[in-house]
Design a protein around this ligand. Structure first.
Ligand SMILES: C[S@@+](CC[C@H](N)C(=O)[O-])C[C@H]1O[C@@H](n2cnc3c(N)ncnc32)[C@H](O)[C@@H]1O
Length: 260
């Protein structure tokens, strides 16, 4: 898909993504911001920033925040949340900033497995000594239940089977580190953060997943009703009386430094 078409999927449910899905990932954002040392006066860029919660959290830590995403409708919410941030509509494979602009660049589940060009671009806009924080789904940790939601979408969408096999590669042992090294960065040790995605009930959970890009693809193929039914069935056993639907997630991340 051309980056200019990304908004068709990711933007369609932008308000639901921003309010129902995105806030549940705050432990990942917090871990990556800390590990890449985003703080007072850091010139900071988030790639594939979506509706911009990460940018807002960086601004609250004192950073000078910037963001880029391909979805206009997600970006409209990001701009509303953090009006002073420099937030641009653009392609992660051709970032609209000059070389050596930032102290820290991050991307949380924004840069995926085969996309070496996006890591090259992240390295290009970093200053010498600057850091790239890259997070992704663990491909190896068995405690993660996130595969259930993807399975629900994959089992009814041929497109998603192919896509997710390709994109998930970044989580494989050593793969993200290799992508950083190929781009001239020195990758630090892989770290992880575990948390539970919290849904009030199955309706809430289904609503959250229906707002994500992969669901949109499946909806085009099979219709919303079938996708909803599949997600509901697959996640039903994660619902706990008094605690709602809780999905254990394992995120891994790497912080890579640009040599001085
Ligand atoms: C899984 S979401 C992650 C969003 C955000 N980092 C978060 O954690 O909430 C993937 C994001 O990548 C964006 N995206 C997809 N292709 C892109 C491209 N070529 N350039 C910039 N953004 C892109 C989508 O619009 C979407 O916001």
């Amino acid at each position: 898909m051309n980056w200019k078409e990304v908004d068709q999927g990711w933007g369609d449910q932008a308000r639901v993504w921003a309010t129902v899905m995105e806030p549940r990932w705050w432990p990942e954002f917090d871990a990556v911001l800390r590990a890449s040392e985003v703080g007072d006066a850091t010139d900071y860029l988030d790639i594939a920033c979506g509706s911009g919660l990460m940018i807002n959290m960086a601004a609250r830590r004192g950073a000078r925040p910037h963001g880029v995403d391909a979805s206009d409708r997600l970006l409209a919410i990001a701009k509303r949340r953090t009006p002073d941030a420099d937030i641009r509509h653009g392609d992660m494979n051709a970032l609209p900033w000059d070389d050596a602009t930032f102290d820290v660049v991050t991307s949380c589940r924004g840069i995926w497995g085969p996309n070496q060009q996006a890591v090259h671009e992240a390295a290009r806009v970093l200053r010498p000594g600057g850091r790239l924080g890259l997070s992704f789904f663990s491909a190896t940790r068995e405690s993660s239940q996130i595969g259930k939601a993807f399975k629900a979408i994959r089992r009814i969408s041929d497109h998603e089977v192919e896509q997710s096999m390709r994109l998930g590669q970044i989580g494989l042992e050593g793969r993200a580190e290799e992508m950083c090294e190929v781009a001239g960065l020195e990758a630090g040790p892989r770290q992880g953060v575990e948390f539970e995605l919290e849904g009030a009930d199955l309706d809430h959970e289904v609503r959250a997943w229906m707002s994500a890009g992969p669901a949109w693809m499946a909806i085009q193929e099979r219709g919303a009703e079938e996708v909803e039914r599949s997600i509901r069935e697959e996640l039903a056993d994660l619902e706990e009386t008094d605690y709602g639907v809780r999905t254990q997630v394992v995120i891994e991340y790497v912080v890579a430094t640009k040599p001085s």
